[in-house]
Write a new protein. Structure first.
Length: 250
């Protein structure tokens, strides 16, 4: 059996996020969904898996159903597949941030960097003077990254602030492009860098996953595999599980 996997996030004010936890958990269980969803005052983030019918029903409920009352109308979604269920159970967790940077002044709802589509990403990387940043943790970078990307060598995303402070200079690094797994880290990272005085900050819309989904392997600048936080461990071009060719998919 093939399972459908959905990685999703949206920054959106959710002042009632605590009250949303139990009904969201119950909805997922009713649909046979497993995975992890994070709720915070600033939005929703997570990855879930189930049958195609179950995932489609959940996405419809999130975007159009009464629980969120139309607030999740701009969900960033990436879909992939798994030969086996990649999660053991369903968890809905309450957090201070849906991705932890630890800087109260950074608010992606106010200001973020310039989105760059996967189709335009290669062209951006060819521009002179561009500084390309991989905002992920060091063990993720080891599995794969874009050619020429700077590895901040961080153990956790909250350390990105120290990397920027110690290694980058707005007066010198005037044009920065960044990327992460699904796009959510770059929302925070680009907002933070703009607050620190960096003039031009770009980020890959939909992250590595969207790039691997949209860009043909023959045209790709990506090297290696993309780490994912489930039992599949890593994905390649076409969002195929590591070690599985596109011909192997049913």
């Amino acid at each position: 059996m093939t399972y459908k996997v959905s990685a999703l996030y949206q920054f959106v004010p959710l002042p009632d996020f605590r009250e949303l936890k139990d009904p969201l958990h119950a909805l997922c269980l009713d649909l046979g969904i497993r995975g992890t969803l994070l709720l915070a005052h600033e939005g929703i983030n997570g990855t879930v898996s189930g049958t195609e019918e179950g995932i489609n029903a959940l996405m419809a409920e999130l975007r159009e159903g009464p629980l969120f009352q139309g607030r999740l109308d701009n969900l960033e979604l990436k879909f992939s597949s798994a030969a086996e269920m990649p999660f053991k159970r369903m968890k809905v967790r309450l957090k201070k941030e849906i991705v932890t940077l630890g800087d109260p002044q950074t608010d992606p709802l106010r200001r973020v960097g310039t989105y760059v589509s996967p189709a335009e990403w290669n062209r951006l990387l060819e521009e002179p003077g561009i500084v390309l940043l991989d905002t992920r943790n060091d063990f993720e970078v080891e599995m794969g990254t874009f050619e020429g990307a700077v590895d901040p060598r961080i153990k956790r995303f909250s350390a990105f602030k120290d990397f920027v402070k110690n290694e980058l200079d707005p007066a010198k690094h005037r044009k920065v492009a960044m990327f992460c797994t699904g796009g959510i880290r770059c929302e925070k990272a680009s907002a933070y860098m703009l607050n620190q005085g960096f003039e031009e900050v770009f980020h890959l819309k939909g992250g590595i996953l969207k790039y691997l989904e949209d860009v043909p392997e023959a045209e790709s600048r990506w090297k290696g595999e993309c780490f994912v936080f489930d039992e599949r461990v890593a994905l390649g071009h076409g969002l195929v599980e590591a070690g599985e060719s596109t011909d192997d998919r049913s």
